[in-house]
Design a protein around this ligand. Structure first.
Ligand code: OGA
Ligand code: MN
Length: 217
């Protein structure tokens, strides 16, 4: 590889690389999306909030139909207040904003805002097969999951298992993705059923969705 092509490759941003994969397969797995220092700051913040009792049992469904269903999911979550982020959250939200703008420029998805939460899966917990887009709702268009677990080994379980959606029969699926720190998984929410397999150790992530305007529902 000569110097010129090296330069060309490094000129392609990580946001563009993720969008390339979204275009090709609907799913992107990108390692080192944020720096090791940011990964540690986010995981420290989440663990501190968890220890302070600022997480709650995650529910399934939406609006009035939200319910505790530990047979379906039993992680604990803390929703970010994106209107008043902490400094470390603001840095990550800035990265996601670049990704949102890149997706909009290239895919014309009209993504409008981000909503997200920290999620902690204590040992043994899981989230059964589901789609992220609620039935009859149009709002969640792109799922983004940033993992925050140092040195995750396959023996610890806890993989994100993504199945081929109806329109995406392909030899690549199902795929199991380990929740390695700094890894960002991005996918078109309505395309892929997916699940979180039970883990042997605490499994931390910052999971969220780019949404379109609710008025388009
Ligand atoms: C979710 C989800 C996957 C993961 O929160 O909807 O599917 O790997 N999370 O944490
Ligand atoms: Mn999901």
């Amino acid at each position: 590889m000569d110097f010129a092509s090296d330069l060309e490759i490094s000129a392609v941003s990580k946001y563009d690389k993720i969008v390339d994969d979204l275009v090709a397969t609907g799913l992107s797995v990108f390692d080192g999306f944020v720096s090791p220092l940011q990964q540690l700051s986010l995981s420290d913040e989440a663990v501190t909030m968890y220890q302070r009792g600022e997480f709650r049992h995650a529910r399934v469904g939406r609006g009035e139909h939200k319910q505790l269903r530990p047979d379906i999911r039993n992680d604990h979550i803390h929703w970010l207040d994106t209107s008043a982020p902490t400094a470390i959250q603001a840095a990550y939200l800035g990265e996601l904003e670049m990704l949102r703008l890149t997706i909009n420029q290239r895919l014309f998805l009209g993504l409008f805002e981000f909503e997200g939460h920290y999620a902690l899966y204590p040992p043994g917990s899981f989230y059964g097969v589901h789609y992220d887009r609620f039935i009859g709702a149009m709002d969640r268009v792109v799922t983004c999951i940033l993992y925050l677990n140092q040195d995750w080994q396959a023996e610890s379980g806890g993989a994100l298992k993504v199945y081929a959606g109806e329109d995406h029969a392909s030899a690549h699926f199902p795929v199991e993705i380990l929740p390695q720190s700094g890894r960002l998984v991005t996918f078109i929410s309505e395309l892929f059923p997916h699940e979180v397999l039970p883990a042997q150790r605490n499994r931390l992530s910052l999971t969220g969705w780019f949404r379109i305007r609710a008025s388009l529902n």
